[in-house]
Design a protein around this ligand. Structure first.
Ligand SMILES: *[C@@H]1O[C@H](CO)[C@@H](O)[C@H](O)[C@H]1NC(C)=O
Ligand SMILES: *[C@@H]1O[C@H](CO)[C@@H](O)[C@H](O)[C@H]1NC(C)=O
Ligand SMILES: *[C@@H]1O[C@H](CO)[C@@H](O)[C@H](O)[C@H]1NC(C)=O
Ligand SMILES: *[C@@H]1O[C@H](CO)[C@@H](O)[C@H](O)[C@H]1NC(C)=O
Ligand SMILES: *[C@@H]1O[C@H](CO)[C@@H](O)[C@H](O)[C@H]1NC(C)=O
Ligand SMILES: *[C@@H]1O[C@H](CO)[C@@H](O)[C@H](O)[C@H]1NC(C)=O
Ligand SMILES: *[C@@H]1O[C@H](CO)[C@@H](O)[C@H](O)[C@H]1NC(C)=O
Ligand SMILES: *[C@@H]1O[C@H](CO)[C@@H](O)[C@H](O)[C@H]1NC(C)=O
Length: 853
């Protein structure tokens, strides 16, 4: 039926080419087809017979092939050729099914020109070879056509075309390799130079080869996509990659039955092409598509990005092997480590996460099924030749097994649609440098809003694995205990279906009083622990999105589908339930477009948790400091972000009911929503922890070096002006795409602030602009931003403008902006100092130290 419908669809276009008589669809032992006799599949989709690709007819080379029955223009579209290596020359040819189950092509002298591979089961007298509507020519040992009776099929021996349902890959049990190889030319079906095939080893991965040379690869299969073909998914096609011990293959199917589609290796173009029939064959896609698709274009440890004029970049922690070649746009030499790994026992190497990448070629990588990422990491650290690891199967958003590269990382490219982290092994010092001011991002995580930079989190993990391990162990104990108790309480009681409360919350018997009050109190939705446990999968590690000075942050999904970020406050500066609630209430009242919204909290025994809206675009630092993503941020967007942050901060400082000093403003504490609207997070937390409570933590410096004003870092004096200093630093970071803490102009011996100051004095402020940004920017705006930023980072707090002035100066073209003075650059404390002196928190994470006073 399906075939018939299809037939009708195509009929009108091809009616003129229909042969006059209908044919049979099969031959048996006694029958044969000869000359211009053909078989036609039952639905009239495909036809099998002899053809002359060069149009010379019986006088020229003739082949046994299969083509679309109804497509004749300009010539039949041949999808399969039996005797591609041994044409019949000058004789009509006969196809016969021999008694021993071989299909044979005979020439006029009864000489065997071609014979099919030995049948996989003995044939009976009833054996038939039938052409099916899917284009498969199937030898059925008993003529029944059942799957069990298949003794041979053309699908096992593809030529240059993969039809829907065909497999491209390797069947180890049957000993069959299915690849597709181009024709030598349009008129010569003999095997050409290009082959598209699976290469076994590591993760499944398909290669387009020219001879033995890799031209293009699909990228490794990660359980969900072929990471080099991220757009393969479409409504019209579904594809699958099956990988098991016996068999690994790719195959696809078309959604609409009437759609004709084929995947072809085109030797002329040197491409893998998908065609669909729309009143003619049209190209649906083809690979390689762009220069970045060329295999290993950027060499070992390089990656390609078409959005960049130079295309090739080195992975973080690597530098061009030959800068000269690199500058000449020849990236094939690839990159080398900036700092050698410290191998062996006691190695302090760590990992840097890159994501949104086509995975490195994985045919020589080793897959460990069933190993967790953490185990993988340990294995990697313990093996000198390990360069990177990643999850082997991320299907369904869950990582299963892992893959380790003990070879150079090749053929990576930027692909924003590939959501998978690759953990690159780097020397400790490289990670520190990369992290610089921003493992702070880990603290950003703690701010509770969006999903923080995973890479930074990981890097921080690498450097403070011990701390985290302890934490993890701690969590386990606590939650095991809680799970037990939870079983005893009635967890099925639904509550808060109430219109007043926007989110589902359930009551907790221990907090009955609070609950009743909270229900009336719109400002403070109180979430029950069970709701949070359910939302975060019992604080599952895979839901953890960050770790900061105030505790870990988890991503969660409430029953109604709302995504939230749950910040579990660390216990070390715990307030009483009442004070805590008051603080949360206060902070919940702060509402502004540029502040992350606090949705509620959870108080349970001595647990304190805050729930924030979840921010899909993570934190600002994951954009502006990311090789790939910062390119997405045009000037206009950056300017909007700067202005948004300024407005949010102005609200905190001047316009809200309370004067809130953030104390830890930094790029990782600014989250971006779906529309890239910046939202300050973590505001008020310092207050919550510090407040006026008399705890030993009362007088402490909270903040992140690199963003701290000199007076705050050195004397612990904080005011709105120290926030404004941090804001100034951040503005310069947004403009340059460089971290204040990581930036160092070697030749001039300048850090970012001093560098900005120098350029300003020389009237070259525009040189500060992130070099990856394209030319479209507003010169006046850039200058104004730099000038305002420099004002904000002045040494003297009294010289720094208030946020209301900042907003005005930024937003108005006509505002007069005072001349800045030399910036105040804080303390020479370096990262390792902070680590050894604090002991409390990770390198680069928000520092919460007891003030010496
Ligand atoms: C088939 O070939 C024979 C000669 O070999 C020719 O006479 C006949 O017209 C052909 N039939 C068709 C339908 O082309
Ligand atoms: C080829 O084989 C067929 C059937 O076996 C026979 O009729 C025919 O005479 C043979 N032709 C030649 C040239 O041997
Ligand atoms: C085919 O038949 C032969 C003997 O007739 C037998 O030895 C062989 O095992 C059979 N093969 C299969 C696949 O059944
Ligand atoms: C393609 O597969 C065939 C077997 O079907 C094999 O003989 C051939 O070597 C393969 N070609 C490549 C390039 O792997
Ligand atoms: C990947 O995970 C999915 C989901 O569990 C599973 O169905 C699939 O078989 C896995 N693939 C491999 C290659 O392990
Ligand atoms: C790094 O390793 C390479 C090769 O092992 C070696 O030639 C080079 O001297 C090393 N560099 C440093 C700074 O140790
Ligand atoms: C993978 O290993 C094989 C065999 O050792 C080697 O020939 C090949 O070059 C390696 N490929 C890559 C990409 O490292
Ligand atoms: C390190 O990894 C490589 C590649 O997986 C492996 O061949 C080698 O045996 C490993 N070495 C050790 C000491 O485990």
């Amino acid at each position: 039926m399906r075939g018939r419908a299809l037939c009708l669809v195509v009929l009108s276009a091809a009616a003129a080419f229909l042969p006059p008589s209908a044919s049979t669809d099969s031959i048996g032992l006694a029958a044969s087809i000869a000359g211009n006799q053909t078989l036609v599949s039952p639905g009239g989709v495909f036809q099998l017979g002899f053809f002359s690709p060069d149009g010379a007819g019986a006088g020229g080379r003739r082949y046994l092939g299969i083509w679309y029955y109804n497509i004749r223009e300009p010539r039949p579209t041949v999808v399969w050729v039996a005797n591609r290596q041994s044409p019949l020359v000058g004789s009509p040819g006969v196809l016969r099914l021999s008694a021993d189950g071989h299909l044979v092509v005979l020439d006029a002298q009864n000489g065997t020109v071609w014979s099919s591979a030995a049948p996989t089961r003995n044939v009976t007298a009833g054996a038939t070879a039938r052409l099916r509507d899917d284009g498969n020519f199937v030898l059925s040992s008993d003529g029944s056509g059942s799957d069990q009776s298949v003794a041979w099929q053309s699908y096992d021996y593809p030529t240059d075309t993969l039809l829907p349902g065909m497999k491209l890959g390797v069947d180890l049990r049957a000993g069959i390799t299915r690849n597709i190889t181009s024709w030598s030319s349009a008129t010569d079906p003999s095997p050409g130079a290009y082959t598209f095939r699976l290469v076994l080893g590591g993760l499944p991965q398909f290669f387009l080869l020219r001879g033995a040379t890799k031209v293009y690869t699909s990228g490794p299969w990660n359980g969900e996509i072929l990471t080099g073909v991220p757009y393969l998914k479409s409504n019209d096609f579904t594809f699958k990659v099956v990988s098991g011990p016996d068999e690994t293959y790719y195959s696809y199917s078309v959604g609409a039955s009437s759609l004709l589609s084929r995947l072809v290796v085109d030797g002329t173009a040197g491409q893998v092409q998908r065609f669909v029939w729309v009143n003619g064959w049209s190209s649906f896609w083809y690979y390689p598509t762009d220069p970045c698709d060329n295999y290993a274009k950027c060499g070992p440890f390089g990656y390609c990005d078409t959005a960049q004029t130079t295309q090739c970049s080195c992975l973080p922690g690597f530098q061009p092997r030959s800068p000269q070649q690199w500058n000449l746009r020849d990236g094939t030499g690839g990159c080398v480590r900036s700092t050698n790994l410290s191998c062996g026992a006691g190695s302090s190497d760590g990992f840097w996460v890159v994501n949104r990448m086509k995975l490195p070629e994985a045919t020589n990588a080793t897959v460990y099924a069933g190993m967790t990422l953490e185990q993988c990491r340990q294995v990697c650290l313990g093996n000198c030749s390990c360069r990177a690891y990643a999850a082997a199967n991320v299907s369904g958003g869950v990582s299963r097994g892992c893959v380790i590269w003990a070879v150079d990382l090749l053929d990576m490219r930027q692909y924003t649609t590939v959501v998978e982290d690759v953990y690159i092994r780097l020397a400790r010092s490289e990670i520190d440098a990369l992290n610089a001011a921003a493992a702070a991002a880990a603290a950003a995580a703690a701010n509770g809003g969006g999903r923080p930079s995973k890479r930074v989190v990981t890097a921080a993990v690498a450097t403070v694995a011990g701390v985290l391990l302890l934490l993890a162990v701690g969590c386990c104990c606590v939650w095991r205990k809680r799970r037990k108790r939870q079983g005893e309480t009635d967890s099925s009681a639904p509550g808060g279906g109430d219109d007043v409360l926007p989110f589902r919350a359930r009551k907790h018997p221990a907090l009955e009083e609070d609950w009743k009050r909270a229900k009336k109190d719109v400002d403070l939705p109180l979430f029950d622990l069970e709701v949070i446990l359910a939302a975060t999968d019992n604080f599952a590690l895979h839901n953890k999105i960050g770790e900061g000075g105030f505790g870990p942050v988890y991503m969660g999904k409430l029953e109604d589908g709302q995504e939230v970020a749950v910040k579990r406050l660390s216990r070390r500066s715990m307030q009483g339930a009442v004070e805590f609630k008051n603080e949360v209430k206060l902070i919940a009242k702060l509402q502004h477009r540029n502040l992350v919204r606090l949705l509620g909290c959870c108080i349970d025994e001595d647990e304190r948790m805050l729930l924030y809206e979840y921010m899909h675009n993570q934190s600002l630092d994951t954009f502006i400091f990311d090789e790939g993503k910062r390119r997405l941020l045009r000037w206009q967007k950056r300017f909007d972000i700067i202005l948004g942050i300024a407005r949010g901060l102005q609200y905190l400082h001047e316009d809200s009911r309370f004067r809130i000093i953030h104390r830890d403003l930094k790029a990782s504490n600014v989250l971006l929503d779906r529309n890239m609207v910046p939202k300050i997070s973590d505001f008020g937390i310092a207050r919550m922890f510090g407040g006026d409570q008399t705890t030993e933590y009362t007088k402490k410096v909270i903040g992140t070096y690199g963003y701290m004003s000199p007076e705050y870092a050195m004397d612990g004096v904080f005011s709105m002006k120290s926030d404004i200093y941090s804001f100034g630093v951040m503005v310069l970071e947004i403009i340059t795409g460089k971290r204040n803490r990581g930036f160092y102009e070697v030749e001039l011996d300048l850090n970012l602030l001093r560098y900005a100051w120098m350029l300003w004095k020389e009237g070259r402020s525009v040189d500060l602009l992130d070099e990856v940004m394209d030319g479209s920017f507003n010169y006046g705006e850039v200058l104004r931003c730099v000038q305002v930023a420099l004002l904000c980072v002045e040494v003297q707090p009294r010289n720094r403008p208030l946020m209301s002035s900042v907003v005005m100066m930024l937003a108005s073209e006509n505002a007069t902006v005072p001349e800045p003075n030399e910036p105040g650059v804080n303390i020479g404390k370096n990262t390792s100092d902070t680590e050894s002196s604090q002991g409390l928190t990770a390198n680069n994470v928000t520092i919460t130290a007891i003030d010496a006073r």
